[in-house]
Design a protein around this ligand. Structure first.
Ligand code: FCB
Length: 476
């Protein structure tokens, strides 16, 4: 297989204009392509204190004044826990063939250890049955950030014990649901859990300590390895992988200094996770930059960890929202690099640059450098301020275009040899967007948080229509 050279070797900062007007061709996707929508437990479920669910770090964090915009919490969220059947019907109506959701660990084990809470596991069992009855394949994420608070009180991910508890929990879920769930994602975005949660403190548990964030990152990856083993043991034949949030990097100018800075940024964001998951241990350049804060220097890397973190997986999940344009910035933090905001680009409501061609570059690069057996885009989407018309409709033209451009960007990646097996739009519906509360909407379905009414947006209608055309092609 041949791939184009790494983009950072030659790419200009300016976006190829054709990528911004590209539209996907339903005829050009493989017949068994996975088309899905995604959510995460704390963002949609609500019912935070029901049926024996224990508190998670996100309950604690969101209830701490000043942590989440507007004082919003996930107490009710989309009330999905009580509206399961209605939401399953909605998923089926969109015409997707897969649904990615996460299991709330504190529903299954309220304190993160010990006896199973049957009512908690039963909710996911009903969810899985409901999906299968509608012809939708469940994709289950074991950890999407809602660590049981009791484990946090004992050190959270900074403690290796949490990784072992996670392995046990993974075994419980795999044993309980693995007869019907054939796709497991261990951890969602360890970079966010470690860096945002322990490094800069804008996510739960809200710590600001570089060394601790790298302790957390290490134990998240060890936990991933233990969970892979647990899924293999309790759900033989199921597929298992991890989901990373990756940003392809581009130097702000074509100079050695900016190229080197881009490489450092890439190490921090991407290779720190990709290298160990593919059995290579941590990248030396980043270990050197971290110095005393590295997991090795902290004495946290035990014999066998490299093999554990590199436990063979069946697929890589990639969450992609934007790219990173990077310049050299001596003295700026420990990375000595800075992300710049290219002028003339389009930006989403999060101020994330719209860079669909970087999805193509990223998928080709990951295939070339790591050769995963399969790659799934497990999240991709955009927030924009939506306007609800008098008749309740939302004509989210910018979001619709965002999805069109990014789905179209899969095609050259497939043509170039990337083993892309599927794509999940983030998100099924507007939900609790972590530190941003309910203000930032990512849904292809609008949620009125006063009435809990769901209304499919124009982007959702486009996706459904596109999938119907894809399906028609497959059956033609
Ligand atoms: C990702 C998270 C997901 C959602 C999107 C916008 O980092 O995995 O839960 O918040 O960003």
């Amino acid at each position: 297989m041949t791939h184009p050279p790494a983009h950072s070797e030659f790419s200009p900062v300016t976006l190829p204009p054709e990528s911004l007007t590209a539209r996907p061709d339903p005829r050009r996707f493989p017949p068994r392509f996975t088309w899905g929508v995604a959510t995460a437990a704390y963002q949609v479920e609500g019912a935070a204190r029901e049926d024996g669910r224990g508190p998670s770090i996100w309950d604690t964090f969101s209830h701490t004044p000043g942590r989440v915009k507007g004082g919003d919490t996930g107490d009710v969220a989309c009330d999905h826990y009580h509206r399961l059947e209605e939401d399953l019907d909605l998923i089926a109506r969109l015409g997707v063939n897969a649904y990615r959701f996460s299991v709330a660990w504190p529903r299954v084990q309220p304190t993160g250890r010990g006896a199973v809470n049957p009512k908690g596991l039963d909710f996911y069992s009903r969810l899985v049955d409901g999906l299968l009855a509608r012809g939708v394949t469940p994709w289950l994420t074991l950890y999407h950030w809602d660590l049981p608070q009791a484990l946090q009180d004992a050190g959270g991910w900074a403690s290796r014990d949490t990784a072992h508890a996670f392995g046990e929990y993974a075994g419980i879920v795999a044993a309980g649901l693995g007869d019907r769930v054939r796709h497991f994602i261990t951890i969602n975005e360890p970079w966010c859990a470690a860096f945002l949660g322990y490094g800069i403190g804008i996510h739960a548990p809200g710590h600001t300590d570089l060394a601790r964030s790298y302790a957390a990152a290490h134990h998240l990856l060890v936990g991933h390895g233990l969970a892979v083993q647990a899924v293999r043991a309790h759900a033989p034949g199921a597929q298992v992988g991890i989901t990373l949030n990756l940003y392809e990097g581009y130097p702000a100018t074509d100079t050695p200094a900016d190229r080197a800075a881009t490489r450092r940024q890439d190490g921090f964001q991407n290779r720190w996770y990709l290298d160990p998951v593919y059995g290579r241990g941590y990248p030396q350049d980043i270990l050197d930059l971290l110095g005393d804060a590295s997991p090795h220097a902290q004495g946290l890397v035990l014999p066998g960890d490299r093999e554990l973190m590199g436990a063979p997986t069946d697929f890589l999940g990639v969450n992609m929202y934007s790219r990173a344009v990077v310049e050299d910035a001596p003295g700026d933090g420990w990375l000595h690099s800075r992300q710049v905001r290219p002028e003339g680009s389009e930006y989403t409501g999060f101020d994330w640059e719209v860079a669909p061609h970087s999805l193509t570059d990223l998928l080709l690069r990951v295939q070339r450098d790591y050769d995963p057996p399969a790659v799934y885009v497990t999240e991709n989407g955009a927030t924009y301020p939506d306007t609800v018309e008098a008749d309740g409709t939302v004509n989210d033209e910018a979001r619709t275009r965002y999805f069109q451009m990014h789905v179209a960007a899969l095609q050259p990646a497939l043509d170039g040899g990337a083993k892309v097996g599927g794509y999940f739009a983030w998100s099924l519906m507007d939900n609790f967007e972590w530190a941003e509360g309910y203000e930032k909407r990512f849904g292809i379905v609008h949620v009125d948080f006063g009435t809990q009414a769901r209304t499919v947006k124009a982007s959702g209608r486009w996706y459904a229509d596109f999938l119907a055309r894809t399906h028609a092609e497959v059956n033609a």
